[in-house]
Ligand binder design. Structure first.
Ligand SMILES: Cc1ncc(COP(=O)(O)O)c(C=O)c1O
Length: 412
């Protein structure tokens, strides 16, 4: 165990957590992980084929309710392949949330297409469906069986909503307009496995969806991902592309450029064990959210994370907004103070539209995402977070608010 360095606000993902510290979100390994991984080692089925890969795909598809699933090396690879099988071509445009991790925007660029960034809505912080509809209805033009962006002249080919922080986007308006203009909907469900929209599972709302199992996700395989869909042709293509597009595995004939994107049996074994515990993990996250909300909702200057009436959130990362005019300090100052108390917290992602690789891309009326970015702070949300730890976090937040708090000199 290393000691706490107050100058570092984030712990390295996967690194041992300093003694006494409370990390943001770490894996919970308490089931059949050892047993299933040992089975792979004992039988020599350690690579990218094996019964656990098939089982993980089958069981995850059953959980989400889709007909098919294809396991991948990570969630970014899953998004890359989903865009390809959905028919996105170089030069096309894809509408995507701007308040999220950079991965979906990058995947759009991997296929040579361009992101058009959509704002977040202020209530649940998801992609603003109404603004997106406004963009498609008023900023685009239907011509020769396709939709074109009037500003850029490019073809709009897909919609990629991202269900952030464990909460679903408001999907009905997205699905309705997508049907109208024949646009496939690719859900980035990487942060929201187990969440529901109007009783329907996230990942089975659009035409194809992607999950991630990296170390901070609700279930993890160390690194891993999954594509889920009901579309038979797409699933065949996804399996083909993720395994190097092998047409003749003996003579090494490849008729297309494929990718080495398959998950290994060892990782899938861990995934199967983790999936067995998913419902318990969801319950733990929801219980933590309940405690945070009860404790923090009346603290002046703190806005707690809300769940829409139509949503079942898994609260992947419990997040608050810090209004400095009422709380007395900005979210980043609070982050540093918490860090000094050995508590890891993290801001929202920098809105992707204003990051250097995307400065030339179109962003449609983005207003809300920037203020959420300034105010947002995600709090420790590991499945295994104890009540005592959570209490420490909440107390530290309240104490930070006091201008007379002597333990926290205002030197940040
Ligand atoms: C919204 C979002 N999309 C995509 C990814 C990419 O997943 P991975 O890290 O497995 O590539 C992540 C997580 O890292 C994510 O949070």
């Amino acid at each position: 165990m290393s000691s706490i360095n107050p100058n570092i606000t984030q712990f390295e993902p996967g690194a041992p957590v300093p003694e006494g510290a409370i990390p943001l979100c770490v894996p919970e390994i308490r089931g059949n992980e050892w047993k299933y991984i040992k089975e792979c080692l004992d039988t020599n089925w350690v690579s990218s084929v094996g019964s656990f890969v098939d089982r993980f795909e089958r069981e995850l598809a059953a959980y989400v309710g889709t007909k098919h699933a294809v396991a991948t090396v990570n969630g970014t690879a899953a998004l890359h392949i989903a865009l390809l099988v959905a028919g996105v071509q170089p030069g096309d445009e894809v509408l995507v949330s701007t308040l999220t991790f950079i991965s979906p925007a990058n995947a759009i660029r991997y296929v040579g297409a361009w992101p058009v960034f959509m704002d977040a809505e202020p209530d649940y912080w998801q992609m603003d469906s109404q603004k997106m509809v406004d963009f498609l209805e008023n900023e685009c033009q239907w011509r020769d069986g396709s939709l074109y962006n009037k500003t850029t002249g490019r073809r709009v080919k897909a919609i990629l909503p991202v269900h952030i922080l464990g909460h679903p986007c408001d999907m009905d308006p997205i699905l309705e307009i997508a049907r109208k203009y024949e646009l496939p909907v690719i859900e980035d469900a990487t942060e929201s496995l187990g969440a529901k929209y109007k009783g329907r599972m996230v990942g089975h709302l659009g035409d194809i969806a992607c999950f991630s199992f990296n170390g901070n996700k609700i279930i993890t395989t160390g690194g891993g991902g999954m594509i889920v869909t009901d579309n038979e042709a797409w699933v065949h293509k996804a399996r083909y592309l993720t395994t190097q597009a092998k047409d003749d595995p003996v003579e090494y004939v490849h008729n297309e450029i494929g990718y080495n994107y398959r998950l290994t049996n060892i990782q899938a074994a861990m995934g199967v064990a983790q999936l067995e515990q998913l419902d318990a993990y969801v319950k733990a996250k929801r219980d933590h959210a309940y405690q945070y909300t009860q404790f923090l909702q009346d603290v002046p200057g703190i806005q707690v994370q809300k769940e829409a009436p139509w949503a079942f959130s898994i609260y992947w990362l419990y997040t608050i907004l810090v209004d400095d005019s009422k709380f007395g300090m900005k979210s980043r100052q609070l982050m540093k103070r918490l860090r000094k108390a050995g508590i890891e917290s993290r801001p929202f992602w920098h809105p992707t539209y204003s990051l250097p690789p995307y400065t030339g891309s179109q962003a449609f009326n983005v207003e809300v995402a920037d203020s959420l970015y300034a105010q947002g702070l995600s709090l420790p949300s590991s499945v295994g977070l104890t009540f005592a730890e959570q209490h420490r976090v909440m107390e530290a937040i309240v104490k930070s608010r006091s201008p007379r708090e002597e333990n926290f000199p205002d030197d940040f």
